[in-house]
Structure formats: structure tokens, C-alpha cells
Write a protein that binds this ligand. Structure first.
Ligand code: AHR
Length: 525
């Protein structure tokens, strides 16, 4: 009885049962072989007018009893500031190709419909100025998606003039009259969204012809963004999964890029890839076991193949890697929570999602030369969210904590890690037991992120460190009692990072990874 109690107590504390023998994992980190910069923009977010992603999740209105600044909830802003969100993609998604910006500026905001997401009324109270206020409050860059599907180049061009013109044009004057005399900074512009599907079901050639027109005429007039690193970067619609038709799509856009003339250009190609095992019968986001844990992680590792495949196509037309691969929709897509509006894409977020997020961020980091931006779908209350809200309540998800732990990797220099961690098998699913990345930050400090995918066995890591003077190490680990452990409004601290012991001696770092955990270690001199 006492032994059983001890076992349960360990499990309750998120620790492994003593019977699961730790696996030895040898890593080798050579900090002298620095790679590409891990662009901080890969930690971007996506906020679509979908369910409670914007309304309630971000916008409660100035008259709300929920503490807010000009209608934007303060708790959400503070949480997003803490993970240093680099950019937010808005207003969609499929929504973007039916969005008409004029309905969201000025004192009169007509109610419209949101046919993609539940057919609900779109009040347009959160429009251009509210979005720009929001991203300024969280200290992020704006990534706007312009309407190619049901809009016109003129409408998009006028939106950008409204946002960015400094000269006294009628549109700039209207912006000033609406409360913003100074031009806004728009760092990224998405030209359409999934134009092969919800964005208008276009053929690659038809889309390319649209791309050229929008790229030419949708101008950024902000005097501070006319050249150099400040220039607005344009992102073309790219592939949306592993089907062969998407290879053709990437070929078509990249071929056009290679043959482009002075009059148009693109800086990025978007890639969308959700982690779903079966679209017809989506997995549940809670109440699952080890089998579904393994299947989802196996599915998410497909991201590696997809990026490699499309990077190889891009390399043929752009060997200098001028065009970034922008993974601007990624994450787990599960069945809607029972009782929720199915059009609102509400799901819980578990420890499994934390592991999934770390694996994807690691893949992006390993492809840092080409993958220079990414946006998890979505930021609040939708799909694999950072934050869940219920009116005045807010809870931070396990995925949020991975983004927080990975902040030191923002703009750090990739450092190669080699390891043979063996495998973890459950049923017909076999996964690498451990995944790891390393990077050096601007101060020269080495950071190591190690994920133990095995939900049953701890791992004893021994990492040999070369090219860095290592004297001490400290870090945090994220784990929980079960693969489907979640944070709730009533129990918000089930899956939160905790300090972890790590030791450095004679150039070797040792640490123990709990099963199903994400750990980030900082190595100091
Ligand atoms: O993120 C939800 C939807 O998924 C987006 O609106 C669309 O671009 C994608 O299909």
C-alpha cells in the first residue's frame, strides 16, 4: 500500500515511476560551428476573425469590465509581451479573402457576416486601427493578409496607402481623422491566403498573374520603410500540404520569381501545414492516451519532409535563398470541444501540444537558412492556442510555455547538435526518443533545448560541449503527470515550467530529462 502511494505521489508530481529505467543519450554540441540565425520571426502568431480568437480573446471593447486599454484586454497583452511575440498575422486565414477593410475603420462599423467560421455576425469593431494598436501594445510587427479572393488590387492598394502614406493624401487625412496622424509600419504583407482553396480555388498560373499585379501595386509609402531591412516584405501563397498539386504550386511561383522583372517581387513563400491524423475523424484534444500521443507526434514530424521537399524546389529557382519559406499556419487541429460551436475551432491544449510545438520549432531552427518566419495557428482561443479565455478568465497553455522557454532562441545563432537517441515505439508508431537543438545568443551564451518524446522513460543526457567555455548550467523543464494533462481556469498550473538540475564538468553537461518533457538549458562561463 505504501509503495503504491509512493508511486502515485511521484506520478502526481509529474515524475516518472522508479521502474522506468533512464535511457542514456549522448549529445555532441560544437559551438565553434555556428550556422544561420534563427530568425525571431519563426515565433510569430496568427489571429484570425474566427470564433473567440479576436472578439473576447483580444478585443473586449473600451466599455468592458475586463481590464483593457482602448478595448484590448490587458491580461492577454501582458502574456504576449512576456513571450516576445515578433509578428502577428491578421485578419486571416480564409477570413482575409472576404475582408473589406473600409468596414473596419471610422466611426460607422457596419455589421457583416463571417461565412467561413460559423456564419456569425462580424461587428467590425476590431478593424485596422484596433489591430495596429494591439500589435503596438504587444511590441510586435504587423503581418497583414490582403484580400485577393474577393477584393481588388485597388482595394488592397488603398488599404496600404491609408496605413502608410505620410503625404497629405485623402486617405492619409482620413487615417489622421480616425486618430492616427503618423503612418503605420507594416513589416509583412501576405498576398492572398490558400488561393488554391478557400482563397478562390485558383490554378497556379492564375494565382501567379494575381501575385504580380498585387505585388506591383500594393505599395508601402511609409518613409521609414523605403529600403534596407525596414522594407515591407511580401509573402506569396505557397503550398498547403504534401499533395503533388502543391509541388506544382511551388514550382509555378518560384519559376515566376526566377523570371521576374523589375516591376514586381516577392520575399517569401507561405507554407501551411496542420498536424491532423484524419481530417474526417479528428483526434480529441483531451482524454486521449499513449496511442494518440504517438500518432500525433509522428504526424507532426512530417513537417520536416514537407519543408525539405519545398526547400529543394525553391533551391532550384533561388539558390541564394533570397525567398524565405514562411510557415504561416502550423499547429495541431483537433475535434472541436463538445458543446462548442464547431465553426469556432475550440480545442484544449495539452502536454502533447507542448512537445509538438517544440518539435516544430526545432525543425524550423534546423532549416533556419530558408525558414525565416512562421505563425502558429492560432494565438488565442482557436486551434493550438497560446492563451484560452472565458470572459474575464484567462489561462496560459502548455504551448505558451514552450514559446516562453524558447525566447532565448529568438535571433540566436544555430549551433549543430549531433545525437543518436534511439527510438521510442508504441504499437506501429516509432519515434526518435529525443530531439535537440542548440544556439548561441548575442552575448555568446549557449542554449540547448532537449525534448524527451518517450512518455514512459526518463533520459540521462550527457552532452559534450566544444567551442564554448562551459562552467555552469541551469534551466527549466516542462512536463506533467499525463500526456493529456492540461491547464484549466480552475487549475492553471498543471503544466508549467519548473527548474531542472544540470551539471557541467570537464566540458560535459549532464542532466536528466523526465518522460514527455521539453527542457531548455543555458550554459554559462
Ligand atoms: O486556421 C484556420 C484556417 O485554416 C485558416 O483560415 C485557413 O487559412 C486554413 O485552412
Amino acid at each position: 500500500m505504501r509503495a503504491l502511494f509512493f508511486c502515485l505521489a511521484l506520478m502526481g508530481a509529474g515524475l516518472s515511476a522508479p521502474s522506468a529505467a533512464a535511457q542514456k543519450v549522448e549529445l555532441s554540441v560544437d559551438a565553434s560551428r555556428a550556422g544561420a540565425k534563427i530568425d525571431r520571426q519563426i515565433f510569430g502568431q496568427f489571429a484570425e476573425h474566427l470564433g473567440k480568437g479576436v472578439y473576447e480573446g483580444v478585443w473586449v471593447g473600451p466599455g468592458s469590465s475586463i481590464p483593457n486599454t482602448r478595448g484590448i484586454r490587458n491580461d492577454v497583452v501582458a502574456a504576449l509581451r512576456a513571450i516576445k511575440v515578433p509578428n502577428v498575422r491578421w485578419p486571416g486565414g480564409c477570413f482575409a479573402d472576404e475582408y473589406h477593410w473600409r468596414k473596419g475603420v471610422g466611426p460607422r462599423r457596419p455589421e457583416t457576416l463571417n461565412p467561413n467560421w460559423g456564419g456569425v455576425v462580424e461587428p467590425n469593431t476590431f478593424g485596422t486601427h484596433e489591430f495596429m494598436d494591439f500589435i503596438e501594445q504587444i511590441g510586435a510587427e504587423a503581418y497583414l493578409s490582403v484580400n485577393v479572393g474577393s477584393g481588388t488590387p485597388q482595394e488592397a492598394a488603398e488599404w496600404l496607402e491609408y496605413l502608410t502614406a505620410a503625404q497629405p493624401t485623402a486617405l492619409a487625412a482620413e487615417r489622421a481623422a480616425n486618430g492616427r496622424p503618423a503612418p503605420y509600419r507594416i513589416a509583412y504583407l501576405g498576398i492572398g491566403n490558400e488561393s488554391w482553396d478557400c482563397g478562390g480555388n485558383m490554378t497556379p498560373d492564375y494565382y501567379v498573374s494575381q501575385l504580380k499585379i498585387y505585388s506591383r501595386f500594393v505599395r508601402n509609402y511609409n518613409p521609414a520603410q523605403q529600403d534596407g531591412g525596414q522594407r515591407m516584405l511580401k509573402v506569396a501563397v505557397g503550398p498547403g500540404g504534401g499533395e503533388p498539386r502543391f509541388d506544382e504550386w511551388t514550382e509555378a511561383v518560384m519559376k515566376a520569381y526566377q523570371k521576374r522583372q523589375w516591376s514586381w517581387d516577392v520575399d517569401g513563400l507561405s507554407l501551411h501545414n496542420y498536424t491532423v491524423v484524419n481530417w474526417e475523424k479528428k483526434f480529441a484534444s483531451v482524454g486521449f492516451g499513449e496511442a494518440e500521443y504517438g500518432q500525433i507526434l509522428k504526424a507532426t514530424l512530417e513537417m520536416e519532409n514537407l519543408i525539405s521537399k519545398h526547400s529543394a524546389i525553391m533551391d532550384r529557382y533561388d539558390p541564394q535563398k533570397k525567398v524565405a519559406l514562411v510557415v504561416d499556419e502550423w499547429g495541431a487541429w483537433y475535434a472541436p470541444l463538445p458543446g462548442s460551436n464547431p465553426g469556432f475551432l475550440v480545442q484544449q491544449n495539452s502536454l502533447r501540444d507542448a512537445v509538438l510545438a517544440a518539435l516544430n520549432l526545432n525543425i524550423f531552427a534546423r532549416h533556419a537558412e530558408r525558414v525565416r518566419m512562421a505563425n502558429i495557428a492560432q494565438m488565442v482561443n482557436v486551434l493550438q492556442a497560446m492563451i484560452l479565455t472565458d470572459r474575464e478568465k484567462m489561462v496560459l497553455t502548455p504551448t505558451y510555455y514552450v514559446f516562453k522557454m524558447y525566447v532565448p532562441f529568438q535571433d540566436a545563432t544555430f549551433v549543430p547538435v549531433t545525437f543518436d537517441a534511439g527510438t521510442y515505439t508504441h504499437g506501429d508508431v516509432t519515434l526518435p526518443r529525443v530531439d535537440a537543438i542548440a544556439a548561441r545568443d548575442a552575448s555568446g551564451r549557449l542554449w540547448l533545448a532537449v525534448t524527451n518524446l518517450d512518455p514512459n522513460r526518463p533520459a540521462e543526457v550527457e552532452a559534450s560541449l566544444t567551442g564554448v567555455a562551459a562552467a555552469s548550467a541551469s534551466g527549466e523543464t516542462l512536463t506533467a503527470p499525463k500526456v493529456d494533462s492540461v491547464n484549466t481556469f480552475d487549475a492553471p498550473n498543471t503544466v508549467v515550467p519548473k527548474p531542472v538540475a544540470a551539471k557541467v564538468q570537464n566540458g560535459k553537461l549532464t542532466l536528466k530529462l523526465e518522460p514527455k518533457s521539453v527542457t531548455v538549458i543555458s550554459v554559462g562561463q
